[in-house]
Ligand binder design. Structure first.
Ligand SMILES: [Zn+2]
Length: 354
């Protein structure tokens, strides 16, 4: 009998719940529309009934329930389990979410920022499974981040650490919703890719992109990527800008942390080939720590997958690579939360009993 946990990835449009065993095998995965417009209580009620259903089903067939982890798209105050800010979940702000869920389920749950959960998922079963320390940057409609040190999420003082999307990539860049100017998010999010395409069109610099936009009412960053792959120069320049901004920020992270791995995930990371050369070039230019630790292959340009060179065990390299788990990263990471929380709690409980 292998213990299992239940992970929840609460997105703005989807609520996904999975039963995952402690080896990382997904036993069952369910996707529900979140329908945030129907209100917070309704969403929490639906989430709890799905959790209860899965818990009962697999408790009898698989083994004991190791716990419940929930990834929430917002800033979580770890001590209180309150959601402090969540633009995607109106009405959840300053609400004791963890306490409410624990009361409904009659058991402890671990609440976590969903970007942190995604980083933990990639650390557990994805691109970073061979390292203890890593950070992940998720490029979606916004840019998020998570830092994992010694296999655990690094929370900072209150749980707000790792907001890597709001590190300044260019102090003269566009204003950001956070109040800063030139944040990474303003260059490397799907929203930013589309904005840069519209700006290039407005200046008359991107005739092919303008044609694509006329033809496609749902013109998005994906179309810009397809055009870049086809060799359209303005589209290629946009992704070079994405790569340069990512490179500037990752160079800082390399200089600060000297971690073995930096993982790029999220929808925009599918355009890896289009932005990775500029990214690696910028990191190499800006970070002497990277230059001293870059894998040999990275000097030749694009670096796709982690490099594990068994012939050179003494050589420790800085790997910058793309995520492997796609949208399951957050779900698997959420399921992992109670498993590692339990590792910590057990000795404490033993101590208290003694
Ligand atoms: Zn910002």
């Amino acid at each position: 009998m292998i213990p299992f946990a239940i992970g929840v990835d609460l997105g703005g449009t989807n609520l996904r719940v999975a039963a995952v065993d402690t080896n990382g095998k997904i036993l069952e995965k369910m996707t529900l529309g979140t329908e945030v417009t129907r209100g917070r209580d309704r969403v929490i009620h639906e989430m709890c009934s799905v959790i209860q259903g899965l818990a009962i089903k697999y408790r009898s067939s698989t083994g004991h329930l190791a716990g419940i982890g929930i990834g929430v798209p917002g800033i979580i105050e770890m001590q209180t389990g309150m959601v402090r800010e969540s633009p995607n979940l109106p009405g959840w702000q300053d609400y004791p979410v963890r306490q409410d869920i624990e009361q409904r389920l009659g058991t402890n749950v671990v609440l976590e920022n969903d970007a942190n959960a995604a980083a933990l998922g990639e650390k557990w079963l994805g691109a970073a499974s061979n390292v203890d320390d890593m950070c992940m940057i998720t490029l979606g409609t916004v840019v998020r981040g998570g830092i994992v040190l010694q296999g655990r999420i690094w929370h900072g003082m209150t749980g707000m650490a790792g907001e890597l999307g709001h590190i300044t990539a260019d102090p003269n860049g566009p204003p950001c919703g956070c109040g800063n100017q030139g944040c990474l998010e303003q260059f490397a999010s799907a929203t930013a890719v589309k904005r840069m395409a519209v700006e290039a069109m407005a200046m008359g610099k991107a005739p092919e992109l303008a044609r694509a936009m006329d033809e496609d009412p749902e013109f998005s960053s994906k179309v810009v990527y397809q055009m870049a792959v086809q060799g359209d120069e303005p589209a290629r320049e946009i992704f070079a800008t994405v790569g340069k901004a990512l490179g500037a920020v990752i160079a800082d992270l390399v200089n600060i942390f000297n971690l073995p791995m930096y993982v790029i995930g999220g929808g925009v990371s599918l355009a890896w080939e289009a932005f990775a050369p500029a990214l690696l070039q910028e990191v190499r230019k800006n970070s002497f720590v990277y230059r001293a630790t870059a894998p040999v292959q990275a000097t030749q340009g694009v670096q796709g997958t982690p490099i594990h060179d068994d012939a050179l065990p003494a050589r420790r390299s800085t790997i910058i690579t793309r995520a492997l788990l796609g949208s399951d990263a957050g779900l698997l990471g959420a399921a992992r939360l109670p498993m590692i929380a339990r590792d910590v709690k057990l000795p404490e409980q033993e101590l208290r009993r003694a």
